[in-house]
Write a protein that binds this ligand. Structure first.
Ligand code: PFF
Length: 457
């Protein structure tokens, strides 16, 4: 069995809990994935399906993970072993840790590009760029090979240093300072975007619902995005909630985090799409949307370079605070179950991630060094993303909903969610229990069966 830690750290207040958890949810998902997927899958209709996934699948599973973490006060694998000793449920934790690694391999790569773009914006490198130079700058940035590896290593170093400082002095301090700043910066970018001529067209694109554009692939993608966005199925929310205060209202925290996270995604969409339309660009530009379109259009506006610095700074904040929560999963596991010091666990995890993450970095583009190595049409980078977001996270979510809905006594759930009777959960509890037992698993199974071709809708 695991080795007991001397004294377990935790967050110091409700506000710290909120900002740390939001710091995990808000990340490249909001600013990079959400806009480009919404662009690719046709705007408003995709957004609507995504919101349904958040409400009926993501949020209830987040509550479930909160229950497991705070009840056991352990890392993801230790928590499940304690909750259901000797059972196979612990593999939810193991699968979560595996998924967290897959995500980190490609996430650290994209975070490296963001740091690099912030650096370039600070140097004023984007002045006077054209479509061609934006494309070639992005190509150079991602193909490298030295520069993207270097920036990936810088990202992992920052993350390791913060995590080694601990839960309170590292994660809590960082997220409490940076998350409010992120909000301010994104609102500045929004004000600029909304005052551009033709901004309405971009808003239309984001909010107009046209169901004819919805495909089965879009629905699976929206579901995967909901998991990725709320950091679910990875053990992250279990690990973070193991640091929550005793008196934290789990339902309220989950709802506030999911709502704020969705607001940040929308604010990012509002900063990006009006700008894209105003300059006559293509909204479905794929993963490059953030890195080609944004520098191109921002650099053509008054005060553009300052806005670019603000934009890439806020994106670096988002990427870093999300990485902290991802890497905390193995750090908590190794320090609690293997008796390693936090410092060693943080450095070891960061080195391991950087080493394998380089595979993703070197396979991003067909012109990358490993670009020629594809399996069934995907390179390492795309496989890491696809397997984690579209397969492991939803499977883990399904298992979590079954565990909470069918294998934990309702009384135990009520005790934990009501903080042993201190909170009134008379209305929310039955609703939550119904959704996690019937609605979430049903939706997950339908989307899966459809994705693997058992039936088509
Ligand atoms: N929620 C993060 C984002 O949207 O960028 C990504 C993420 C962080 C996924 C932590 C999973 C995780 F455990």
């Amino acid at each position: 069995m695991g080795i007991e830690p001397k004294k377990r750290e935790g967050f110091s207040s409700g506000l710290a809990v909120f900002f740390a958890t939001l710091g995990s949810a808000v990340g490249l998902g909001n600013i990079w994935k959400f806009p480009y997927l919404t662009g690719e899958y046709g705007g408003g209709a995709f957004l609507l399906v995504y919101l349904v996934c958040i409400l009926f699948v993501g949020l209830p599973i987040m509550f479930g993970e909160f229950y497991i973490g705070r009840k056991t006060r352990k890392n993801a694998i230790g928590a499940l072993s304690q909750l259901k000793p000797g059972s196979a449920w612990k593999y939810i934790g193991t699968m979560g840790v595996a998924a967290s690694y897959l995500i980190m391999f490609f996430y650290s790569c994209v975070a490296g590009w963001v740091y690099f773009y912030l650096f370039k914006a600070l140097l004023g490198d984007f002045a006077g760029i054209t479509m061609e130079t934006a494309k070639s700058q992005f190509g150079d940035a991602i193909i490298g090979p030295l520069s993207p590896i270097l920036w990936q290593v810088i990202v992992m170093t920052v993350v390791a240093v913060v995590l080694a400082a601990g839960v309170k002095h590292g994660i809590e301090k960082m997220t409490k300072t940076l998350m409010p700043l992120l909000f301010v910066l994104i609102i500045i970018c929004d004000i600029r975007a909304l005052t551009l001529p033709g901004a309405g067209e971009g808003l239309n694109f984001l909010f107009q619902v046209d169901f004819s554009k919805l495909s089965a692939a879009a629905i699976l993608t929206a579901l995967g995005l909901a998991f990725f966005k709320l950091s679910l199925g990875v053990g992250t929310m279990m690990t973070y909630s193991s640091y929550f205060t005793e008196d934290n209202n789990l339902f309220a925290t989950g709802a506030k985090v999911a709502l704020s996270d969705t607001v940040v995604s929308l604010l990012a969409g509002i900063a990006i799409f009006p700008t894209v339309f105003s300059f006559g660009m293509e909204p479905g530009a794929g993963p490059g949307l953030l890195f080609m379109t944004i520098p191109l259009v921002f650099s053509q506006m008054p005060l553009g370079n300052i806005l670019l610095v603000a934009f890439f700074f806020l994106t670096s904040i988002a990427a870093t605070t999300a990485m902290l929560s991802l890497v905390e999963v193995p750090v908590a596991y190794f320090s609690e179950e293997w008796g390693m010091s936090r410092k060693k666990a943080a450095i070891g995890s960061a080195v391991g991630i950087a080493m394998i993450g380089i595979l993703a970095t070197l396979s991003v583009d067909k012109n990358s060094i490993l670009g020629g190595y594809t399996f069934f049409g995907r390179g390492f980078f795309d496989w890491f993303d696809y397997i984690s977001s579209n397969i492991l996270l939803p499977i883990n979510g399904l298992l979590t909903s079954l565990l909470i809905g069918y294998c934990i006594k309702r009384k135990d759930l009520e005790l934990e969610f009501s903080n042993h009777g201190a909170l009134n959960i008379k209305v929310i509890m039955p609703l939550f229990y119904f959704i996690i037992r019937y609605v979430s698993p049903f939706l997950l199974i339908v989307v899966f069966l459809n994705a693997i071709g058992v039936f088509k809708f």
